[in-house]
Design a protein. Structure first.
Length: 258
């Protein structure tokens, strides 16, 4: 994994505040041959979350230059942009001085991954609309689900309303109709791109509704559209014309040069 802070080599001292407080936000984007699907949405998310967490304007042009510097012109990588303040302290977090931009890269995986088996877990993230670096509970629930023999966790509210996956959004299909859950969650860039293209409705989906759907799928920027074969005891088809349509629609979205 490569890592740079504002375009320069990062040190352990730089990362101390992030490691000890976990206060920051990020976005992850898949870069294929120097291009990103939904790049504008990723940058808008960073700007919005910088205002929410730090009360500051983020220089989006600067961020884009850093992503361009980190991403190779060929091949596929996942670039994560993390915004945090190395000088932030636990005792005086209101004294934000200058949030910095950490850019890390890792190899991108295949887009044709096997279906997921997921377990519902009761959990509501702090500031659901913000993609924060506070991932303790997310990882704890993913770990618990995997220890129970599942691949990942799907979050619900205490009253049984489906919201989002650990690091992905979930969608459902009845016949040829795509439905997204309605509730407090992080709307991922891939979800927004697909919803914009398809005009899909949203509605409250409860755990009791899970067996009524023909298909379930996960979306995020790293994998695109991935089938879900089971949620708890509910079983789903893993091949379906609507799933094929969603994948084609995602791959057909014009990517922006970084």
């Amino acid at each position: 994994m490569a890592a740079e802070l504002d375009g320069h080599p990062v040190t352990a001292e730089h990362l101390q505040a992030l490691a000890l407080t976990g206060y920051g936000h990020f976005t992850s984007m898949r870069v294929d041959r120097g291009r990103v699907r939904g790049l504008t949405l990723h940058l808008q998310r960073l700007a919005r979350d910088a205002e929410t967490l730090f009360g500051t304007d983020l220089d989006i042009d600067h961020v884009r230059r850093l992503v361009r510097k980190a991403a190779p012109p060929d091949g596929s990588v996942v670039v994560r942009v993390t915004v945090f303040d190395p000088d932030l302290t636990l005792g005086e977090p209101e004294k934000v001085r200058r949030p910095r931009v950490l850019v890390t890269t890792r190899p991108a995986g295949a887009l044709d991954l096997p279906p997921l088996r997921v377990q519902t877990r009761i959990y509501e993230r702090d500031l659901p609309a913000t993609k924060s670096t506070g991932l303790f509970a997310t990882i704890a629930h993913r770990r618990a689900a995997r220890l129970d023999g599942y691949d990942d966790a799907l979050f619900t509210t205490p009253d049984g309303t489906i919201t989002e996956g650990a690091t992905w959004n979930v969608g459902f299909v009845v016949g040829t109709d795509v439905i997204w859950p309605e509730g407090k969650m992080l709307h991922g860039v891939t979800l927004d791109l697909l919803a914009l293209e398809g005009g899909h409705p949203t509605r409250r989906i409860a755990c009791d509704d899970l067996k009524a759907f023909d298909l379930a799928f996960a979306t995020n920027a790293a994998v695109g559209v991935r089938a879900i074969s089971a949620i708890d005891a509910a079983q789903y088809k893993t091949t379906h014309p609507t799933l094929d349509t969603l994948r084609r629609r995602y791959l057909a979205i014009e990517a922006d040069p970084v």
